[in-house]
Each structure stands twice: as C-alpha cells, then as structure tokens.
Design a protein around this ligand. Sequence first.
Ligand code: ZN
Ligand code: ZN
Length: 141
Amino acid sequence: MRNRDQYFMGIAYAASQLSTCPRASVGAVMVDDRDMICGVGYNGSPRGCVHCADVGCSADSGNRCKMSVHAELNALLNSTSRGKVLYSTHKPCLECVKAMINFGVTRVVYDVDYPDDKRDLFLGLQRNFGKDVIAIEEVVR
Ligand SMILES: [Zn+2]
Ligand SMILES: [Zn+2]
C-alpha cells in the first residue's frame, strides 16, 4: 500500500516526463489542505520560447541550466489556488523555496537530492532565528 506522499510523488514523476531540458527531468505537484491537486509543473523554457531540447542548454558557471523555469516555480505559476504541500522529484533550489514560502507552501517532499549551498545557508539562517517557515523532507519509500 503506497502512502499519500508516494502517490503524489508518482504524479510529480509523471509530470517530469514533459521536461524539455536534457540536463534534468524535474516534476512538481502542489496540493491544498484537502489534498486536492492545485498545481502541476515541469522544468522547461518559458511559454513560446525555444527549448533546451531543440537548441541546447545555456548554463551558468555552476553548470546549471539558465533556460528553464523550474518545475516547482511552474507548479505555482500554473496553479488554480494556493497550495500547502509541494511534491517535487528533486530537492528545490533557493529561488523556488523562497517563491513557495511566499505562496503559502509549508511542506516540501522531494525524492532526488539537488545540491544548493545558498538554499542550505538560507534555511540554516532561518532555523537559527527560530523561523520554521517551511519543512523540506525526503520522501519515505
Ligand atoms: Zn536546459
Ligand atoms: Zn528551483
């Protein structure tokens, strides 16, 4: 019997199959406080733009693709209402974490680690000041 977290993670993986960036296929699903899906996203170029899959990635010095809008941010942008929990195939970066906090997301469940020193510093700083604004957990298998 799969639990709820695993169920939503499966949907996040289904969304990741639409990714147009060859570097990583990331999918995200946001649910509200009634466990209803209210946003789905995958990583890819902004609407109407050329995609990495067609022209190649444009990477920064850290070798991260700068073409794609991240799946987690797309889940917020594509949402029909505010969500509480976001499921992402990959651990969200700092920019996505900040956007999620402002969107009202209080819990993130991820599967694959995605190193981001800036995110870890940011979250550590919040913890040091007793600000437990968002919980980021690895999915239980
Ligand atoms: Zn790319
Ligand atoms: Zn991100």
